[in-house]
Design a binder for this molecule. Structure first.
Ligand code: NOJ
Length: 562
C-alpha cells in the first residue's frame, strides 16, 4: 500500500472515501421499530431509535426497501421508487430521519431494486391494460407462449423462488419474472427504463442519501434469442459475461451511466452491488467506473473454520485490490439464517447451499435440542470481532448486536416469504431472521410497538432485549458498542499480515499500525503470553494470559489508543 493510500484511509471518516472501511448496519425497516402501532416497523420508528444507532457506533445505515409495496417479497416488490410506503411514513418523515442520522455522523444508504418492479407499479398496470404490442409492454419482458394456442410458457424456466418463471396474463401473453409472480422483470434494453432509474437515483441523492445498495445487480440486462433455451440448456451456458440472463458484461454500461450520476454529487454517492457471481467476476462491479463496491458473501457461506476463513480473506483482499475497491465482509443479512444460529447447529453434510447453512435445520422444525445457543453465541461474537478487525467494510444486520438467534417456530399461516409458498414448503424461507426486534424484556411486542408484531416473536426474545443488554457490560450489545467505538481510533491502512500461531485453528493478523486480531476457532485455549497485557477487547474474558476457545482478542500496542 502506498503512503498516499494509507493517509487517505486515515482521513476516510471525513472524505469521499468514508465507505472504504465503514461499519454499515442494515435496517429491515418493517421489523425495526413501530412508532404508529400497526405492527409494522416504520420510518418514525427508526427516527425514535437514532440515539441507539449512534450509541452503537456504526458509520452508516443501509435501509432495505421502505417504498410503497404490496409486500409480495418483503418490500423487494416496489410499486413506486420515489416515495415512502404510507404504512411506513411520508417523505417528510424520511427527510427528518436522514437529518437526525446525519446530525449523529451516520450516513444513509438505501436499497434500489432495479431488476423488477411490483406488479402493482403503474407501469405494469399500464402494460396489462395496454395489451400486446404496446409501448407499455416494452418496459417489461412479454412474449407469446409456445404450442398451437400459445398456452405453454415460452420456456420451462424455474424462478429463483421456485415455481415457473413465466406467467400468463389475461390476453394470453406471458411475462418473465426471475423472482415471485408479483415481481415482473424490467426490460433494460428500453431507454425509458434506464432514464427512469437515473431519475430515481437523483431523487434520493438530492434528498441527502449518501449511497445505494443495488439489489441483484448482476441480473438486469438480458439477451433473449427468438427461440429460448430450455432450463437444462440454460444451466450449461457458461457465466462468462454472455449468459442470456446472468452477469452479462453489458450490465456495466448501465452502471457506467449511474457512475456519472454518483460522481456529479459532492461527496460522490456510493454504491454496493449485491452480485452473486464467481469471485473473478466481482471486480467488474467493484470497479470505480461501475458501482464501486460489491458484497462478498464468502464468509457468510463458510463454516466456522480457521483455514477456510484465512483462505477467503486472502483471496478477497487480493480481488478487491484488482478493482481498487475495498473488500466487504458480512455474516448475516435479511436473506439468511442468523449466524449465531448457524454456528450453534451441526453442519449439514450435504453441500447444497440453501439447506446447508441452516436451511436443513429449519426444515427439520428448528429442533432446539440440537441448537447449542451458547456455542453459537461464542462463535458468532468471535467471528464478528474477526470481521471488524479486517481491512474493508463490515455489514452488520439488525439484531445481531443483541446476539439474536433465528426464529424457527413460525406457524405456516404466519409466514410471509414467497420462497416458502412457491416451493410448497420445501424451503422454509427467510422470515425467521426478519422477526421484529425486542427492545424491552416485557411490554407489548417487547417494545417493538404498541400493537403486536407482523411476525410472531417467541418468548425467549425477552432474553435478548436491547434495554437490558444496554445496561449489562457483559452483553453482546456492550461488546458490539465497544468494538465499534475502538474500531475508529484503531483503523488503519487497508492491508493485513498473517502471523503464524503454531495452531491450525488459531488465526492471527496484524494491521499496518500494529493493531492485531487473534481468533481462536478451536475449543482449546490459546496462550497470548506477554501480548495479553495489550489486549483492549475480547469476546470472552481472558484467563490470565490465555484466550479461551471460540473467542477473539484485539491487541493494541501501547500508544495506539493515545
Ligand atoms: C435480493 C434481496 O436481498 C432479497 O431479499 C430479494 O428477495 C431478492 N433480491 C429479489 O429482490
Amino acid at each position: 500500500m502506498t503512503d498516499a493510500l494509507l493517509l487517505e484511509t486515515r482521513e476516510d471518516d471525513k472524505t469521499a472515501a468514508w465507505w472504504r472501511q465503514a461499519a454499515v448496519y442494515q435496517i429491515y425497516p418493517r421489523s425495526f421499530a413501530d412508532a404508529n402501532g400497526d405492527g409494522l416497523g416504520d420510518i418514525p420508528g427508526i427516527l425514535s431509535r437514532v440515539d441507539y444507532l449512534a450509541d452503537l457506533g456504526i458509520d452508516a445505515v443501509w435501509l432495505s426497501p421502505f417504498y410503497p409495496s404490496e409486500l409480495a417479497d418483503g418490500g423487494y416488490d416496489v410499486a413506486d421508487y420515489r416515495n415512502v410506503d404510507p404504512r411506513l411514513g411520508t417523505l417528510d418523515d424520511f427527510d427528518a430521519m436522514v437529518e437526525a442520522l446525519h446530525a449523529r455522523g451516520i450516513r444513509v444508504v438505501v436499497d434500489i431494486v432495479p431488476n423488477h418492479t411490483s406488479d402493482q407499479h403503474e407501469w405494469f398496470q399500464e402494460a396489462l391494460a395496454a395489451g400486446r404490442g404496446s409501448a407499455a409492454r416494452e418496459r417489461y419482458i412479454f412474449r407469446e407462449g409456445e404450442g398451437p394456442d400459445g398456452s405453454e410458457p415460452p420456456a420451462d424456466w424455474v424462478s429463483t423462488f421456485g415455481g415457473p418463471a413465466w406467467h400468463r396474463v389475461a390476453d394470453g401473453q406471458w411475462y418473465f419474472h426471475h423472482f415471485a409472480t408479483e415481481q415482473p422483470d424490467l426490460n433494460w434494453d428500453n431507454p425509458e427504463v434506464r432514464a427512469d432509474f437515473v431519475e430515481t437515483l437523483r431523487f434520493w441523492s438530492d434528498r441527502g442519501v449518501d449511497g445505494f445498495r443495488i439489489d441483484v445487480a448482476h441480473m438486469l440486462t438480458k439477451d433473449f434469442a427468438e427461440k429460448l433455451p430450455t432450463s437444462a440448456e440454460l444451466d450449461l451456458i457458461p457465466k462468462d459475461g454472455n449468459h442470456p440472463l446472468i452477469d452479462r458484461d453489458d450490465v456495466h454500461e448501465i452502471y457506467a451511466e449511474w457512475r456519472q450520476v454518483f460522481n456529479s454529487y459532492d461527496p460522490p454517492r456510493t454504491a454496493v452491488a449485491e452480485a452473486w457471481v464467481a469471485a473473478d467476476r466481482v471486480p467488474k462491479y467493484a470497479s470505480p467506473d461501475s458501482l464501486g463496491q460489491s458484497f462478498n458473501f464468502d464468509l457468510l457461506e463458510a463454516d466456522f473454520d480457521a483455514p477456510e476463513f484465512r483462505r477467503i480473506v486472502t483471496e478477497n483482499l487480493a480481488l478487491a485490490a484488482t478493482s481498487g475497491s475495498s473488500s466487504t465482509w458480512v455474516l448475516s443479512n435479511h436473506d439468511v439464517v442468523r449466524h449465531a444460529t448457524r454456528y450453534g447447529i451441526p453442519v449439514a453434510q450435504d453441500s447444497d447451499a440453501p439447506t446447508r447453512h441452516g436451511g436443513q435445520w429449519l426444515l427439520d422444525g428448528g429442533d432446539e435440542s440440537v441448537l447449542d445457543r451458547e456455542k453459537g453465541a461464542r462463535r458468532a461474537t468471535a467471528a464478528t470481532l474477526f470481521l471488524l478487525g479486517l481491512p474493508g467494510s463490515t455489514y452488520l444486520y439488525q439484531g445481531e448486536e443483541l446476539g439474536l438467534h433465528e426464529v424457527a417456530a413460525i406457524p405456516a399461516e404466519d409466514r410471509q416469504d414467497p420462497t416458502f409458498f412457491r416451493t410448497g414448503g420445501d424451503e422454509i424461507g427467510r422470515d425467521g431472521c426478519r422477526v421484529p426486534l425486542p427492545w424491552s424484556a416485557d411490554g407489548d411486542s417487547f417494545g417493538f410497538g404498541s400493537a403486536g408484531a407482523h411476525l410472531p416473536q417467541p418468548a425467549w426474545f425477552a432474553d435478548y432485549a436491547a434495554d437490558a443488554e444496554a445496561s449489562d457490560p457483559s452483553s453482546t450489545l456492550s461488546l458490539y458498542r465497544e468494538a465499534l467505538r475502538l474500531r475508529h481510533p484503531l483503523q488503519t491502512g487497508e492491508t493485513l499480515e498473517w502471523i503464524e500461531t503454531g495452531r491450525a485453528d488459531v488465526l492471527r493478523f496484524a494491521r499496518p499500525n500494529g493493531w492485531q486480531v487473534v481468533t481462536n476457532f478451536g475449543a482449546e485455549a490459546f496462550d497470548l503470553g506477554a501480548d495479553a497485557a495489550d489486549v483492549v477487547l475480547s469476546s470472552r474474558a481472558l484467563e490470565g494470559s490465555v484466550l479461551p476457545g471460540e473467542a477473539t482478542a484485539w491487541i493494541a500496542p501501547a500508544g495506539l489508543l493515545g
